[in-house]
Design a protein around this ligand. Structure first.
Ligand SMILES: [Zn+2]
Length: 209
């Protein structure tokens, strides 16, 4: 019993401290921007006026997190602040970051608000189509009436989803070494060709060893 109570309080604390950490980190990045010179890349966040406005928003958010203690949907009651209190546009933006249709469909199952967004916003599916397919492929099938979810699944049927990885394992055709593409490998041959190994192929290789 005590363990369960401890676990629950730890989990709640994790949500709040994660939120606080995210806002803090964003704020520190902005402050770096005001200091400016050492991190020229950060100047993309905007003019000094906009940066100080955003720093104000950060500080308000930190106050809000401390005062209202945001909760997960399962722990919430009528007065709680939850993820769903974010403006719909912001939730929609977050959903647009999901990399595939499975993520969208699972989100739709999780709550009726997500379901309404996933079913009602063709834009979410169009974004996904733009990520996985070329403009040429999209134009071939898209019409005024045929967009969004049905278009995505038609394109998926015809062309398959794009596989996107930060780095891929390669196998050297000369010494048969497996290596990360970005890191290379020590090889007796200077310019030996290599072929990529997808995660699925890598698992298959291990199974057949
Ligand atoms: Zn090699």
């Amino acid at each position: 019993m005590t363990f369960r109570l401890n676990k629950t309080s730890v989990e709640k604390d994790v949500h709040v401290s994660t939120a606080r950490e995210l806002v803090n980190r964003f704020g520190t990045g902005l402050e770096g921007n005001i200091a400016g010179v050492t991190f020229p890349k950060r100047s993309i966040v905007g003019s000094p006026q906009i940066v100080s406005q955003q720093l104000g928003s950060c500080s308000n958010l930190l106050d809000l997190i401390s005062e209202r203690q945001p909760k997960t949907l399962s722990d919430s009651n009528e007065d709680s602040v939850t993820f769903l209190d974010l403006p719909k546009e912001v939730i929609s933006k977050i959903l647009q970051k999901l990399p595939d249709h499975i993520g969208l469909i699972e989100m739709a199952k999780a709550h009726e608000t997500f379901e309404a967004l996933v079913d009602g916003q063709a834009k979410l599916w169009d974004r996904l189509s733009q990520f996985h397919f070329t403009q040429e492929q999209i134009d071939k099938h898209k019409t005024k009436e045929f967009t969004g979810r049905p278009l995505f699944f038609t394109l998926k049927k015809y062309y398959g989803l794009r596989e996107h990885y930060a780095d891929l394992i390669h196998i050297c055709c000369h010494c048969k070494a497996l290596f990360w593409k970005d890191h290379g490998h020590p090889c007796v041959s200077r310019d030996a060709p290599s072929v990529r190994v997808t995660p699925q192929q890598f698992v298959d290789m291990l199974l057949f060893l």
